[in-house]
Design a protein around this ligand. Structure first.
Ligand SMILES: Cc1cc2nc3c(=O)[nH]c(=O)nc-3n(C[C@H](O)[C@H](O)[C@H](O)COP(=O)(O)OP(=O)(O)OC[C@H]3O[C@@H](n4cnc5c(N)ncnc54)[C@H](O)[C@@H]3O)c2cc1C
Length: 378
């Protein structure tokens, strides 16, 4: 076993969350170490998502998801302006296509207002046609603060600032063990050459995404409430030239018994247009990113309701991502789990588990929240 220099704060995982935290904590603290098992950043959930800057419309009042999303979107737009990270504050329409859906739309508007999202605008049929002439809806809610961001450039900027602040990043290094010791933790790593390394760290931040429950178990926290269930979401793309027929994010009205918020339209910074993601819990926690061609009919039918121009052959399977859910299928939505684990006997160990959407939107506010937990601890 080789010995490495000891760290003050160690962050596990170089997704959008781990790197946002690394940037933030390296502004105030010295001797920061980030370890990532892949050879570069953002190889898992952070590069397999919709890249939407969410407004914070649907979340449960007073939840971390709600408050961190609201703070996070503002911080993210400011950050993108400061560092020139490409984004498009394109806005989003939630569209009702039947009378029955109009009352659900009103419920969404009320939830949004309760959550502090006070900029939603109700649009009638003519106003919708003016904004999006190729979309069918009889009523819509327009969210002007929703947008999209170039996630790769964003994470790269977090990485650059971390390094400029003096933080160290070890790619190709998998955490294989964490042991509680006096004044901190001993961490064991396996590198790409199959060599083992160990070092100590006063604070450990677990932002390991889909396997964050396993990292938490490594240190000794066994809690069935913190088990992750892989929940896959697949996307189809709208082929050119029809991708040019929408210019904003278009979401159907979510129905009360629906898991997720329905097959919606997202645009990306390169002009691509995606349908999705759908929601399917996997039977076991395996990295299954396979695309299901047979879902084409279901995607087409869902989107056809509000995209009348769409034909079956206009869409092609594009990609899949996996949500790290901590609620089992059919259970109510759970909040982000972000805790410093002193109460369980692990001071200085900070767990981030179940960081599904709106994790990207909230990355900077999550980083601030975690930094406060550290300052409270040390
Ligand atoms: C389909 C889908 C759509 C989404 N759309 C949106 C959206 O539009 N807007 C939004 O705000 N959010 C969205 N999200 C959520 C967002 O993508 C996530 O919240 C965010 O990417 C989580 O980032 P992370 O850093 O926690 O996880 P990850 O990106 O998964 O990073 C975790 C990292 O930890 C590393 N790691 C794991 N175990 C170890 C180990 N033992 N040793 C070393 N490294 C390890 C992994 O390799 C990985 O790089 C979406 C998610 C999905 C799945």
């Amino acid at each position: 076993m080789h010995k490495l220099m000891d760290a003050e704060i160690t962050i596990i995982g170089a997704g959008v969350i781990g790197l946002a935290i690394a940037e933030k904590v390296s502004e105030e603290h010295k001797n920061i170490f980030l370890v990532e098992k892949h050879i570069t950043f953002g190889q898992e959930t952070s590069s397999r998502n919709s890249e939407v800057i969410h407004a914070g419309i649907y979340y449960t009042k007073d939840s971390l998801k709600s408050s961190l999303c609201l703070q996070g979107k503002k911080l993210l737009y400011d950050y993108c302006n400061k560092y020139g990270v490409p984004y498009n504050n394109c806005g989003k329409l939630i569209v009702a296509t039947s009378e029955e859906e109009i009352s659900i739309l009103e419920g969404i508007r009320q939830t949004a207002i309760n959550n502090g999202v006070d900029d939603l605008v109700v649009l009638d049929r003519d106003q919708i046609s003016e904004m999006e002439p190729n979309v069918f809806a009889i009523r819509a809610l327009f969210s002007p603060s929703t947008g999209i961001v170039d996630t790769h450039t964003l994470i790269k900027q977090y990485e650059t600032n971390t390094i400029n602040n003096g933080g160290q990043i070890a790619y190709g290094s998998e955490v294989t063990g964490i042991k509680r010791i006096k004044d901190g933790y001993e961490i064991t790593l396996l590198d790409a050459d199959k060599s083992n390394y160990s070092f100590t760290s006063r604070v450990v931040i677990n932002s390991a995404g889909l396997t964050s429950d396993k990292i938490s178990e490594m240190v000794g926290i066994h809690d069935d409430n913190l088990k992750i269930f892989f929940c896959k979401g697949e996307y189809f793309r709208i082929n050119p030239p029809k991708n040019r027929l929408v210019g904003r994010l278009i979401y159907p009205v979510p129905h009360p018994n629906m898991e997720g918020i329905g097959i919606h339209v997202t645009i990306d910074m390169g002009g691509g247009v995606k349908l999705g993601p759908d929601v399917k819990y996997l039977e076991s926690n395996i990295y299954d990113y396979k695309l299901t061609v047979s879902k084409q009919e279901a995607f087409y039918k869902s989107a056809k309701k509000f995209l009348p121009f769409l034909e079956f052959d206009d869409i092609t399977p594009e990609m899949a991502g996996i949500r790290p859910k901590i609620q089992k299928p059919g259970e109510p939505q759970r909040d982000f789990y972000i805790e410093e684990e002193s109460k369980r006997g692990y001071p200085g160990f900070i767990n981030l588990i179940g960081i599904e959407s709106p994790g990207l939107t909230s990355s900077i506010s999550i980083a601030k929240y975690v930094n406060n937990l550290i300052n409270y601890t040390i």
